[in-house]
Ligand binder design. Sequence first.
Ligand code: SF4
Length: 325
Amino acid sequence: MPYMACIVDELPALRVLIAAPRGFCAGVDRAIQIVEMALERFGAPVYVRHEIVHNRFVVDRLRDLGAVFVDELDEVPDDRPVVFSAHGVPKSVPAAATTRGLTYVDATCPLVSKVHRQAQRLIEEGRHILFIGHAGHPEVIGTFGQVPAGSITLIETVEDALGVSVPDGTTLAFLTQTTLSVDDTAQIVESLKTRFPAIRAPRSEDICYATSNRQAAVKAIAGECERLLVIGAPNSSNSLRLAEVAERMGVPARLIERGADIDWDWLGRPATLGLTAGASAPEVLVREVIDALRSRFEVTEEVADHTPERMIFKLPRELLPDQAA
Ligand code: SF4
């Protein structure tokens, strides 16, 4: 038998350093459970105003179970229940639902509701609010909708903080969106405090624990990574911030929605790749990305535990089994 050379191409080695905590936060977990429980309680279809959380995979799965996603309340039939998304809604939305006699369940994250209550209290105290956030984000629209028009001003950048004008004698306070960059927000707050030394700060941080922890976990691994992938939707604020954190530390980062989105040319052949997921991205997508990496690399996985999380939020009483009619 003639001698036959058998050449097997070996896959290049890749260490995948997986940030922890990553992925679902307690608010997203709760919002998804609320839709699932509403489907059990009321049967399909259950209407959901806006994406319940910013993740297509999650939305598609709930749609398959019988959820119908709509942009506005007037698309909801009178005889069907509606769920409001985790980002929160302006006061006018539950008010309109009540007027129409709709059954509604509010899946607003309790940490967003906390900001809503703070805003209302500050207005009652006669203050004008400077709100640090991103224009057009549903959470910002929801928070602005808690207070009278004209009583709150959006501040997106340090330049906005330096340029904002308020009438003499206005007593000020600031609040922030929950999913901002910790570092950018600190700079904006610093500028506001320098310009307006008497400005009232929130009693505790408005940027939520999940946003801060995920950013800190990326910072902790960035120094060891040549590239970093963030799993999350392009409209997910906290996911975008994770990519920014890595880039600012000099690590090229990409936001991808799933395994099929990996740009192999951009990825190249790093020795160590960082991997994380935004607060609305399920763990199944992390596994999917790792499987995609395994098709081209000999992957070794390593989880870099940063801050353990134990946060759980209570579910709305009206959905709990002992509240059944
Ligand atoms: S990211 Fe923070 S504020 Fe948003 S749902 Fe999660 S815990 Fe709540």
